[in-house]
Design a protein around this ligand. Structure first.
Ligand code: HEM
Ligand code: CU
Length: 479
């Protein structure tokens, strides 16, 4: 197949997606256990709850990053030749990091959360020792190094092929007199932008990780807690957003196969991506709105840019998708349905996020379940839905059928489960139920239990998507 010849390491990417599917399933079961424990449906030792919460947070964010990276690598390889060895090194470092992280949590007992907020890793109150926290943080660092290698390869190839960073970001079209015909494809623009901001995010993350590690092993080495928090949330915010911005490349590349209309780099598209590049980094202080010692201008910037951040996303990707879908005869199947759901879920999830980024609202909602409410929307119904859509597309030909009744049912179950599950978080948040509490008051059990039921639906749908993908891979191999 000619199509395959110009896609690098399809095998490695397909394997990554299978691995990611299995990990997502496992981490969702961890989530189910947490929610059931909050609803007092099962007995769970709080120490174990926090270990599971740490594994779920780190595992989910890591897997979102991994799937996004696999999607980007797969499609960027259509335009520039990428070195396969770099991908293998990235994957190897990633898996090595996962082993250290899991060991730190489940052998060492680390339960300080995926955000490793300074000085928590060093102050466990006896729950874990320094070695466990160190293992967790060295694991993160290994994954970070893998990502930096990965972006170095993607970045340098794009810069060479498209005449520098500005060329790959379509600046001549955005800000000069460039013509649309000469602009790089959307995938290249998105890949260049995410490469820049995620590299900066990971370098900042690595710096604070190393400082925390030194502090852990030599407590005399003090770290400024406010600076550390700024660096951690800069990294965390940028990294999780990058996972979505990488996954959306699947929408740009796959949806045109259904609409018959190429996704074009227009002037608005190019400007929007350059705006995303700035906003995604400048907006992070919305995680520090409770830190009254922060300079006022930084917090105001966090709020104002949160409003603006919605515009390039909603106006460009979601609106263009609607325009492309309208007036084209789309034959729906699992892949296209999940990709469109991904854009919709991402857009809808940004609304409670923007609400929470208002200083007056944040005073009330911060550290309530409103927060996991908003991000589970754009992760379960956004990034993860796009990843499942990409997986369904990879095995589309092997399945031969467009959309079976079972596909339709699984999609509906996943959507219903995802919507119900996340709405229950938002409801709990609106009722001031705190987040990250292992034990809930009996007054909160009802929402916890309803959410547990919806979570089962999400897992059921996911089980079907991953099993269908695995079967498709095997059938493709047999063919
Ligand atoms: C069936 C699906 C899922 C279930 C049942 C679930 C459940 C949960 C629960 C109960 C919490 C703790 C809430 C609290 O603070 O009280 C949580 C936190 C979290 N979840 Fe999920 N989740 C699911 C899917 C996902 C997905 C797909 C992602 C990302 C791709 C994700 C990322 C996170 C993160 C980052 C946290 C924050 C952990 C922390 O506060 O340190 N979850 N989840
Ligand atoms: Cu953020």
């Amino acid at each position: 197949m000619t199509d395959r010849a110009c896609e690098p390491q399809p095998g490695a990417v397909k394997f990554t997606m299978l691995l990611a599917g299995i990990v997502l399933l496992l981490m969702m079961v961890f989530g189910l256990i947490m929610r059931a424990a909050q609803g007092n449906l099962i007995e769970l030792d709080p120490t174990l709850f926090y270990q599971i919460m740490t594994a779920h947070g780190a595992g989910m964010v890591g897997t979102a990053g991994l799937t996004g990276a696999a999607i980007l690598w797969f499609f960027v390889g259509r335009y520039v030749p990428l070195l396969p060895g770099v991908y293998y090194a990235f994957l190897g470092l990633f898996l090595f990091g996962v082993i250290l992280i899991l060991g730190g949590i489940f052998i060492g007992g680390y339960g300080g959360g995926w955000t490793f907020l300074f000085p928590l890793p060093a102050m466990s109150g006896g729950a874990w020792d320094a070695g466990a926290a160190a293992s967790f943080m060295v694991g993160y660092t290994a994954i970070g190094v893998g990502f930096l290698l990965y972006y170095l390869e993607v970045g340098r190839k794009l810069i060479v092929a498209y005449g520098g960073i500005g060329g790959a970001l379509a600046w001549p079209l955005a800000f000069g007199g460039g013509r649309q015909e000469d602009a790089p494809p959307p995938t290249v623009v998105a890949a260049m932008a995410t490469t820049i901001f995620n590299t900066i995010g990971i370098v900042v993350g690595a710096a604070v990780l190393v400082c925390s590690l030194v502090n852990l092993l030599a407590p005399g080495f003090a770290v400024d807690a406010l600076l550390a928090k700024n660096m951690i949330y800069f990294f965390g915010h940028v990294f999780i957003n990058a996972s979505i911005y990488m996954a959306v490349i699947a929408v740009y590349e796959i949806i045109p196969q259904y609409t018959g209309r190429e996704w074009k780099t227009t002037r608005v598209f190019a400007i929007a991506w350059s705006a995303v590049l700035l906003f995604v980094m400048a907006v992070y202080p919305h995680h520090l709105l409770q830190d009254t010692v922060m300079p006022g201008w930084a917090l105001v910037m966090g709020q104002v840019i949160s409003y603006l951040s919605g515009i390039p996303l909603l106006a460009v990707t979601a609106f263009s998708l609607l325009v492309y879908l309208r007036g084209s005869k789309v034959r729906w199947d699992l892949a296209s349905a999940l990709l469109v759901l991904g854009v919709a879920g991402w857009s809808v999830g940004s609304i409670p996020a923007i609400i929470d980024a208002m200083i007056s609202v944040n005073k009330l909602m911060h550290n309530t379940q409103w927060v996991p409410g908003h991000f589970h929307i754009y992760l379960i119904l956004g990034e993860v839905a796009m990843s499942f859509g990409f997986m369904a597309w990879l095995v589309k030909e092997a399945r031969k059928t467009a959309m079976t009744g079972l596909d339709r049912a699984a999609f509906a179950v996943y959507l219903l489960g995802g919507a119900g599950f996340t709405i229950m978080f938002l409801v709990s948040g609106a009722l001031s139920v705190p987040r990250r509490w292992a034990v809930h008051a009996p007054e909160w059990y009802l929402q916890d239990r309803v959410a547990t039921g919806f979570a089962m639906l999400v897992i059921l749908g996911t089980l079907f998507f991953v099993a269908t993908y695995a079967r498709g891979l095997m059938r493709r191999r047999a063919d």
